[in-house]
Write a protein that binds this ligand. Structure first.
Ligand code: AMP
Length: 274
């Protein structure tokens, strides 16, 4: 299967022992594009940390931290948190260790002002983005995907009645709580969300296209295909460096999952949406 081939190549090509791959990505993609799933898979296979703004905010709100209280009214109304605040929160998480080891940003930046804030921060710390990966998918397909979504009210895990059903119908695999159909899984709501996303993301895509950082990945197929295409891109761009062949860790990790899951990543399907 393509996923095994793609992963085996990455592991075989993998970084020299001791020399970490430092890839600093922004992931873009409309809701339903499979962005969250791709992030989980890349986190698993390349060890890149996945920083999801929505998840960070929801976590802070739940824990009622100072930040949580500041962002709560925006998050609960589905309004964008002010740019300065988002940039401050997210750049604070881009610690020296993360800048060195690499990261994937998901849900940030969301505006050109945030993108500029991120660029400035990275430049001030002597680094920059490696690239921006935009997962693309036609609206009709996004609607089909989004309309079957179920969510766990307790741990935020996301399922899909057809594409990624839980093992036991209506029960979360991760924490055992009951699943509910998301209220945003209505067709009209989905159409509106996709429209808003297009309006929002167009200037951001243009910004990254101008900076020559933008790379599109076709997200129409399965999550394994999207991963394979992303891996191909990383290799083409030389972001995954050739190294010692056939490292044992590669073989062990790949052959352990003949079911097509990527080290269990497929079970964490879109731990958040998108
Ligand atoms: P999401 O899970 O990406 O839909 O984000 C949930 C909520 O967090 C959004 O409705 C916004 O209120 C807030 N949020 C997430 N990311 C950003 C961002 N980059 N800029 C502003 N607000 C954001």
């Amino acid at each position: 299967p393509p996923v095994d081939a793609a992963l085996r190549r990455v592991y075989e090509a993998g970084p020299d022992p001791g020399a970490a791959v430092s890839l600093r990505f922004v992931l873009l993609g409309p809701p339903g594009s499979g962005k969250g799933t791709l992030a989980s898979q890349l986190q698993e296979s390349l060890g890149l940390e996945h920083l999801s703004t929505g998840e960070i905010f929801r976590h802070e709100v739940k824990r009622k931290t100072a930040l949580g209280r500041q962002v709560e009214r925006y998050v609960s109304n589905g309004q964008l948190v002010p740019d300065d605040l988002v940039v401050a929160v997210m750049t604070k998480r881009l610690t020296p260790a993360r800048r060195r080891k690499g990261f994937m940003l998901d849900g940030f930046p969301r505006t050109v002002a945030q993108a500029q804030g991120l660029d400035t921060f990275l430049r001030q710390h002597g680094t920059s983005l490696t690239g921006v990966i935009a997962l693309t998918c036609p609206a009709a397909r996004l609607i089909v995907r989004l309309s079957g979504r179920q969510v766990c009210g307790t741990c935020d895990a996301i399922y899909h009645v057809r594409r990624m059903p839980p093992t036991r119908k209506g029960v979360c695999d991760r924490c055992g709580a009951a699943l509910t159909v998301r209220k945003d899984a209505q067709i009209d709501t989905i159409r509106k969300r996709l429209r808003v996303d297009r309006t929002e993301s167009a200037p951001l895509m243009a910004y990254y296209r101008r900076s020559k950082l933008l790379h599109r990945v076709d997200g129409r197929g399965t999550s394994e295909q999207a991963l394979a295409k992303t891996m191909a891109l990383l290799r083409r761009e030389g972001w995954v460096r050739p190294g010692p062949q056939g490292r044992p860790i590669a073989e062990a990790r790949v052959s352990a999952h003949q079911d097509g899951s990527v080290n269990g990543a497929s079970r964490s399907f879109g731990r958040r949406g998108g």
